[in-house]
Design a protein around this ligand. Structure first.
Ligand SMILES: N[C@@H](CCC(=O)N[C@@H](CS)C(=O)NCC(=O)O)C(=O)O
Length: 444
């Protein structure tokens, strides 16, 4: 069996778990998978020694191979079990395929910021709506898994104080609160990040009113990636979850469908929809939209285009600037070619705090919603861009594919510059080994 080491309240665990459930349910996961709670003991004794990383989720394959990172988990399992595929082929559906990888990048590394903020802002003291106790309880289930309820909650509370200084987050931000500042969330930018999240949720609510999944009636890479922000932080967490259920019911329905839990009345692959035939027999129907398939002829749903617009409007300029900053850092005396680079998403990477905080060499100015502020540069995003570059090359390999992708990107502000991605990556390519990142040796 595969073993997924995960937490229920973890952003990236939600992405990998839903993906594995889908493959398993469709008979596409060979021996199947076991979902294992990644306790502190297992992280110290197994995950870190195997991958060099303490992050969850991580996957152990039936033959003992170890995979860290949701992108690599999906790539590995897709290569081993291609049916049913979660990305359409580059040759026949280049637009749909590329859209999936762009939305994955948006979901993993941009939507993470306001989702992370929601969890920790509403855990601070002094807010009328507050889910600190809920959050202590969910963390406590990892920290003290065998303990009774009150002790689990106390373990969560003690950890929040010891690791994040939760009673003094604004004057002395530590742990996740320092991470939020490093990601560019301050009192000044909070409204802009919230507005970005609302803009995306409104687009998704409109989209899921027409299509059950991102590309039509069947899940794809973008669905599992979007479940990262949408499941643990925006659907499960109490304050954000109340707002999501109240204002975005179609998004909630999609969360349940994509996560394959609590799905609403047959709009999933877990419950059947029948009508009665002429002789009283049961006649099965797909309840999902678009005949349960991706849209034909490589069509990008009209309601999805504005989401790609958000990627190019908001995230793409920050990514382009990150490439420049990383290139300069790699070439500087602060870095030796081939040496380690920071690899984390939520906070500065231990050992790199000086570079990734304040005015450090791995920080830059960014703009969101007309507000300018500073944030850290994350080489992991460059690794994800390399993944997009690989896909882009495959999707534009034929002249037909190139024309089709160019036509998709042309109307999107900043969209056409994606075609220059390989050039933009020169001098700042990174290499991922287990859970650690390194600059590429020259000429590689
Ligand atoms: N890019 C990684 C991100 C994994 C990640 O950051 N996981 C979080 C939980 S959702 C974590 O383990 N954070 C703890 C830490 O970074 O120390 C992936 O896709 O798997």
């Amino acid at each position: 069996m595969y073993r997924l080491f995960s937490w229920e309240h973890s952003y990236f665990s939600g992405k990998a778990r839903a993906y594995l459930r889908y493959k398993q349910c469709r008979g596409g996961l060979g021996p199947g998978f076991e979902d294992v709670l990644a306790t502190a003991d297992l992280i110290q004794g197994l995950l870190i020694p195997r991958s060099g990383s303490n992050t969850v989720p991580q996957l152990e394959t039936p033959d003992g191979h170890w995979v860290q990172d949701t992108c690599e988990i999906i790539d590995f399992v897709e290569a081993a079990h291609p049916d049913p595929a979660i990305s359409p082929p580059a040759a026949s559906a280049p637009r749909q395929r590329l859209a999936g990888y762009l939305i994955e990048l948006l979901a993993d590394e941009w939507m993470v910021v306001p989702a992370f903020w929601e969890r920790w802002f509403f855990s601070e003291a002094g807010h009328d709506f507050n889910h600190r106790s809920f959050n202590e309880q969910q963390w406590g289930t990892v920290l003290a898994p065998g303990a009774p309820g009150a002790a689990r909650r106390a373990a969560g509370a003690a950890f929040f104080e010891a690791a994040f200084g939760i009673s003094d987050t604004r004057d002395h931000p530590r742990g996740v609160y320092a991470g939020l500042v490093q990601l560019g969330v301050t009192q000044l930018t909070e409204p802009a990040w919230q507005a970005s999240q609302h803009r995306i949720l409104q687009l998704l609510e409109a989209h899921f009113g027409v299509h059950d999944y991102v590309l039509g009636g069947r899940p794809s890479l973008a669905d599992f990636a979007l479940l990262g922000p949408l499941y643990a932080h925006l659907y499960r967490d109490a304050v954000a979850g109340f707002a999501l259920r109240t204002y975005f019911p179609l998004v909630c329905e999609w969360v349940e469908r994509t996560n394959a839990e609590g799905c609403l009345n047959a709009r999933s692959y877990n419950q059947r929809l029948y009508t009665l035939g002429r002789d009283g027999e049961l006649v099965g129907h797909p309840a999902t939209s678009d005949g349960g398939e991706w849209l034909p002829d490589d069509a990008i749903p009209d309601t999805l285009l504005p989401l790609l617009g958000v990627f190019f409007d908001e995230m793409w300029p920050v990514l382009c600037s990150s490439l420049e900053v990383l290139r300069a850092f790699i070439a500087s005396d602060s870095h030796e070619l081939g040496a380690e680079l920071p690899g984390k998403t939520f906070t500065a990477t231990p050992g790199f705090e000086e570079h990734q905080s304040g005015e450090g060499a791995l920080t830059h100015e960014f703009e969101l919603g007309g507000v300018r502020a500073r944030r850290m540069v994350m080489p992991y995003q460059v690794w994800m861009l390399q993944r997009v570059a690989d896909e882009l090359r495959a999707c534009t390999a034929s002249s037909k594919g190139r024309a089709s992708i160019a036509a998709l990107l042309a109307p999107l502000r900043n969209g056409a510059s994606l075609l220059e991605l390989d050039t933009l990556l020169v001098g700042c390519r990174v290499r991922k080994q287990g859970g650690r990142l390194f600059s590429e040796a020259r000429g590689a």
